[in-house]
Every structure is written in structure tokens, then in C-alpha cells.
Design a binder for this molecule. Sequence first.
Ligand code: PEP
Ligand code: MG
Length: 324
Amino acid sequence: LSEDLMELKGLPAETPCGYRVGLYANTGLMSDITSSLSSGCDGIGLHRTEFPFMVRERFPGEDEQTVVYRQVLEPFSPRKVVLRTLDVGGDKPLPYFPVREENPFLGWRGIRLTLDHPEIFLTQLRAMLRANNDCGNLQVLLPMISRLSEVDEACALLTRARRELEEEGIQTIEPEIGVMIEVPSAAFQIRALADRVDFFSIGTNDLTQYLLAVDRNNARVADLYDELHPAVVRVVDNVVREARTVNRPVTICGAMAGDPAAAILLLGMGVQGLSMSVSSLLRVKWVIRSFSLEQARELTNRALTMDHPADIRLMLNEALEEAG
Ligand code: PEP
Ligand code: MG
């Protein structure tokens, strides 16, 4: 990173007009925790919990998981940490839990798998709650939600995990709960979801894949995969608008949040937070400190009228260039 960007480290992610955006890190490995701690971020906006499950030969037990989650929550306390429940299947298979499917991305992944195996889900929730007891900064995030009943079931299991722990004499702190907006159907149920949860996190990686019907990992169709496709921009904008009417904060946690050009749009939509890999944090902070809310809004409104991804990208790149 250039010297100029390094100077931003201790400065707030605030627009020249005084609008503050939460800047968070996406983590998964322990090394991500170390690097985010020294990055000056506002917390962890997405901790992917799959890695300890992928490197073992069996499901990690409750005690093992508690240790891992405490290592994530503790160093950041009181800054918030979003732990996402297990999102295996799709592009994240478990060697000791083989699932054979024709279309894994449309199959048994994320919340679908863990609701079918409540023992796996309960173990993870109990470990998260136990780890949070010394910290209190836990927020729980549910992946791959496509229907309301999944949220209801997941919340019931969270309540059950708390009740069981308390019956065992372990006091718990109620965590905030949020859903990933990454399946198109979830994007059209914001009001009803808001009755059930505290916050939203838009997973633009999967949302783009599912909106455009383009495999996010297939090189042959990589040209068609574009977060600046007008349909993606409009759906994200709609979610942010709807969430505002029901007073629920929205964070973007897909790769879109770490793209400086896209960050202008997200700022213009009025998102509360952006969560990204640590390596993108300072560049995005620079964007936020360079554009007033009004400038960003104007660019967003123009983008919302455009027909082609390339036109949107060109306009944003020109704006970036102009800003320096
Ligand atoms: C996403 O889908 O945008 C996301 C952040 O989750 P993951 O990349 O882990 O699927
Ligand atoms: Mg996803």
C-alpha cells in the first residue's frame, strides 16, 4: 500500500460531510484475526466459521469450537464480531461429510444443511454463546436464508441453546441475530425478515451468482459475473431502501464492499457498514473520505438508470480518477 493510504489507518471512515460508515473485516483464518486487529477496523463484519470444520477429520466438538470463537470475539471486544453459522456445501465441502449433488450451489448448503442436522447447529450455537459470555460482542448471522420459516426455526434453536445452557448453570448474553441477503427470494422479504431479526448483511457474491445465474467459480462464464450488473445494483439498492423503512442496519459483506468503485454506489445507497478482506480496507476508507454523501448519491442515482455494467463501471472509475 502506498504511504498516503497508510496515513488513513488511524482516521475514521467518514465522508467530508460527516457521514460515518462502519468498516469491518471479513475473516476466517486465525491469521486474518491478527491482521484485522491492527488494521483499525470497527470490528468483524463476517467471520466464516467453516475453516475449523474443513481442516479436521470430523466435526469439531462444542469445547473445541468454544475455544476458537473466544479467540475471535475476545481480542475485538467491545467491537462487534459477526459469527456466521456453518455455511458448508456449495463451494465449501467437508471431506468427512460427503454430499453428492448435481447442482451443489442449488442444493444442500448453509442453513438448509444445519437445520436438517439440528445437533450440528445446536453445538455451534452453544459454543458461540459460551464464548460470548466473557465478551458480549457476538452477533450471529444466518447464511443462505430463502424463506421465513428457516429464520423461525433457527431462532427457535438459538432460544433452545440458551435455555439448555442456563439449565446447566451457564448464564448467556442474548446476541443480536441477522440474516444474509444472498438468495434473491430473501431480498424480496425484507419487511417480514425485519420482524424476526436485528440486522441484514448482503452477500453480493452469492446474490450476484443467483440473480444472474452465473456460477461464481466457473472461468468460462466469468465475463458474465458482474456485481455492477444493473439488476444487482437495483436489488441491492432496494434492500437498503426497504431495510431503512423498517429501521434495520445493512452491511455489505461480499467482494463488492471491497471494490472502491462499487463502494461509491454502496455509500450513495446509504449502507451502514462495509465488510471486506483486510487488504481492501484502506482503499475503501479513502473512497469514503473522498466523496460526500450527496456526490455518491448522485452517482448512484445515475447508475440506477444505466443499462450496461460497463457504463456503470466507466462512470465510477472516472469519478475515482477525478477524486485523485
Ligand atoms: C457472499 O455470498 O457474498 C458471502 C459473503 O458469503 P460467501 O462468499 O462465504 O459465500
Ligand atoms: Mg455466500
